[in-house]
Write a protein of this length. Structure first.
Length: 780
């Protein structure tokens, strides 16, 4: 048991007087002012959240959605609505102080009534267990949920199967089946769940797992993480070897690996395309509130909820951007508002458990047995900016830690009060709270999850992330509009005493995620605090994650952004420091490093950019994904020896999660060349790319060929026509071709939303969401 539990329990017992009565909470709610939803919020609600009749027509408005959710969660077991609680819940959401996760907003008070976002499913070492989990996974994904799996119990590739005398195919072969099934499921119509696969570092198939997403298009519905413990990290530090363990009998297989070699392989792949991430097993289980029920083996897909098998995510987030008050000329935390809002939100989330209809009985049993909830935050960036604190400063880390501490302690006070009214969670006996003598209705109460659409509803920065940009220029039809962060505009008026000049607004919009640090027209004091994600060193991202993790029950899902030119040493140091700082997991994203980042199966809302992923058929081999209707690219011309000029076009597509990837090659030659051969070669290359063949391998083979016509020609700078095609493919794969008008000076990875074609895909922990229409890679 970690010291965190003891510290929290002591603080909670000191706060016993902060058990608010329903009358006090009703009075607080009655004084809250309405936060008018923005146009973006209304549009996102209409597209994805508001109820529709049988003909597909919207049959509620924004206020109706909040009323529906508030009244449903306030419904008692006898079916009657607790009107006082319904009013309190409604006012908290109406004021923009709190929103539950998307499934609750979508499904509460509807026939679906599935209110959880994500789950963890066990997979055992038998055909029955594996395919039972596959069935459960299909049911969960059909209802819109995401799933995390630990696959380390499946015997390794080549192991003897006693019942048949044959050899096992290993966990990765079954993971591919799960991935293909996910592709066939339209998840709940409005929401797409993600998946996470985790494997322990001492599994015999660990090296194959680490490399499993090295080639584009493989396991497209999965993020992957390697589970490591302190023993492994110490072995890396001391340059020691370790045993690979047979999952069937937990004995050494006789094979050993050098820990540094494995760690380096993880680093190389993460630097290449952002995967795998790391999960720190000892840190996770040190904070396990119910160790008597077993060890936690993995997390939900986004990493913020370490969960036991069949546990689920029951999440909600407080909007810190609205938790400030003015003292003189300064903004300071409104601790009374923070405490009361956290108290109400805890009551709300606890009631969600009883109102939710679980996809399978096992989930219902453990969900109600442990009653875990995850109260988190959004708007942290604006909260710090308003106080004049840079996100990456010591003061910023301290302020974030102090605030989350207050939220966690108050949520425990509320859970104590609920326990006195309704009883402890059923599995309380033997839990850490039982040992500490602290009554609790919920085994865990806090987490920090991605917020996606909730950030749009609250008009807040996402989760615990910094701003992604101070402003953006959005292209609409033949023109464009510039949108500037509302807090920046307010603070500009305070500093300058006038509105933001149009010329400067245009500059900021064009910079986008490039930030404002090189705009001298912006006062230094504003530049000091308006830091964007790419202005912040990766280690400072981790320091913020660690500052929050100090108090959070579960975990913190956070993007560790690194610049495009970050080195392997930078990535290695980030992973190492994440372990040293005590976070529970890390995913490292180097700007522009992903061609086809996870995660979701194709949905109709992806429009022309909706793509079918590569599939495999036993009788036909790899089947290329379908060519999208819309692509964009660049054409380059070169002289090819005595055969004339060759034009090579490399086109890219936008994936459903807003990422770019190469999809085809066209060639065109003059009469001196050979058009049929050139066209056929381009078609074969395009089919290979869409079938998932690694671009690097295609390039390597193309560039091996030498043609005497090219070598002998004095004006030709390539070795052959295939060498020229290979050069252009290589440039495109490395992002060295400027494909489309975008954000000048910004990071290489800024993406236009594939759904609305207007907004930008904003990184939000392991997910990304459109800041205009709310489209999300995780459905949050």
């Amino acid at each position: 048991m970690s010291e965190k539990f003891s510290k929290i329990a002591a603080l909670v017992k000191e706060r016993a007087e902060q058990k608010f009565s329903s009358e006090e909470l009703e009075k607080f709610a009655g004084l809250l002012n309405r936060a008018e939803p923005t146009k973006n919020a209304l549009m996102v609600a209409e597209n994805r959240y508001l109820r529709r009749d049988e003909r597909g027509n919207i049959c509620e408005d924004w206020d109706g959605m909040l009323q529906r959710v508030a009244r449903d969660i306030a419904t008692e077991p006898n079916g009657e609505v607790n009107e006082k609680l319904a009013f309190i819940f409604y006012k908290l959401m109406d004021a923009g102080l709190f929103f539950p996760n998307s499934p609750t907003l979508m499904n509460a008070g509807t026939p679906v009534q599935q209110l959880q976002a994500c789950f963890v499913l066990p997979i055992g070492d038998s055909m029955e267990s594996i395919f039972e989990s596959l069935k459960y996974s299909a049911l969960i994904q059909k209802s819109g949920g995401g799933v995390g799996y630990f696959i380390g119990n499946i015997r390794h590739k080549g192991a003897v199967v006693k019942s048949t005398g044959g050899q096992a195919s290993g966990p990765l072969s079954f993971l591919s089946i799960f991935d293909k099934v996910s592709n066939e499921i339209k998840q709940g119509g409005r929401r797409r769940g993600a998946s996470l696969a985790t494997l322990n570092y001492d599994h015999p198939d660990i090296l194959d797992f680490i490399d499993s997403k090295r080639r584009g298009g493989e396991l497209s519905n999965f993020n992957i993480s390697v589970r490591v413990d302190d023993r492994f990290m110490n072995a890396v530090e001391k340059d020691e070897e370790y045993d690979l363990i047979d999952p069937t009998d937990k004995r050494p297989t006789g094979r050993r690996l050098r820990a540094r070699d494995v760690f380096e392989r993880i680093v190389q792949n993460a630097h290449r395309n952002g995967e795998p991430g790391l999960l720190f097993y000892d840190a996770i289980n040190a904070d396990n509130p119910t160790p008597h029920l077993g060890e936690i083996e993995t997390t939900n897909p986004c990493g913020e909820q370490p969960l036991l098998p069949f546990e689920s995510c029951n999440l909600g987030s407080l909007n810190l951007a609205r938790m400030l008050k003015k003292e003189g000329s300064r903004f300071v935390p409104d601790w009374e508002k923070i405490c009361r809002a956290a108290h109400i939100a805890t009551i709300f989330l606890d009631r969600v458990i009883d109102r939710s209809r679980a996809p399978i009985p096992q989930i219902d049993t453990i969900m109600k047995g442990n009653r875990k909830i995850g109260l988190g935050i959004m708007g942290l960036a604006q909260y710090l900016i308003r106080q004049g604190l840079p996100y990456n400063s010591k003061e910023g880390f301290q302020a974030a830690s102090a605030t989350i501490k207050e939220i966690v302690v108050q949520s425990k006070v509320a859970s104590w009060q609920l326990a006195e009214e309704k009883g402890n969670f059923p599995n309380y006996s033997g839990s850490v709270w039982d040992r500490l003598g602290l009554p609790q209705r919920n085994a865990a109460t806090s987490t920090i999850a991605p917020t996606g659409s909730l950030s749009i509803f609250a008009n807040a920065s996402p989760s615990a992330e910094p701003l992604f940009g101070v402003g953006f220029a959005r292209h609409i039809l033949d023109g464009h509009i510039v949108q500037i962060d509302s807090v920046f505009e307010e603070m500009w008026r305070e500093y300058a005493g006038s509105e933001l000049p149009i010329e400067l607004k245009e500059k900021i919009g064009k910079k986008g995620p490039g930030g404002i640090q090189d705009l001298e027209e912006v006062p230094k004091e504003l530049r000091r605090i308006f830091l964007c994600a790419h202005d912040i060193h990766p280690l400072d991202h981790i320091r913020m994650q660690a500052a929050l993790q100090e108090w959070v029950d579960n975990a913190v899902s956070k993007t560790i952004n690194a610049p495009h030119d970050a080195t392997l040493d930078d990535c290695r140091e980030a992973f190492w420091q994440a372990w040293k700082m005590g976070v529970k997991g890390i995913t490292y994203y180097r700007d522009g490093s992903r061609e086809g980042q996870v995660i979701s199966p194709v949905s109709q809302e992806a429009g022309a950019a909706g793509l079918q992923e590569t599939s495999s058929r036993p009788d036909k081999g790899a089947v290329p994904r379908v060519r999208p209707e819309t692509t964009y690219g660049q054409t380059t011309r070169k002289r090819i020896g005595f055969c004339g000029k060759l034009y090579v076009t490399v086109n890219k597509e936008i994936t459903p999660d807003g990422e770019e990837r190469i999809c085809e090659v066209f060639t065109s030659v003059g009469e001196e060349g050979c058009p049929p051969l050139s066209n056929a070669l381009a078609k074969i290359i395009s089919i290979s790319i869409r079938a998932g063949v690694d671009i690097d391998e295609i390039v390597e083979n193309l560039r091996e060929e030498k043609c005497p016509s090219c070598i002998m020609h004095p004006e030709t700078t390539v070795l052959s026509c295939t060498d020229f095609i290979g050069q252009e493919l290589a440039k495109a794969a490395k992002g060295k071709i400027a494909y489309r008008p975008g954000v000048a000076g910004g990071p290489k990875s800024i993406r236009i939303c594939p759904s609305c074609k207007i907004g930008y895909m904003i990184p939000d922990a392991l997910c990304s969401y459109c800041d205009h229409c709310g489209y999300s890679t995780c459905g949050g």
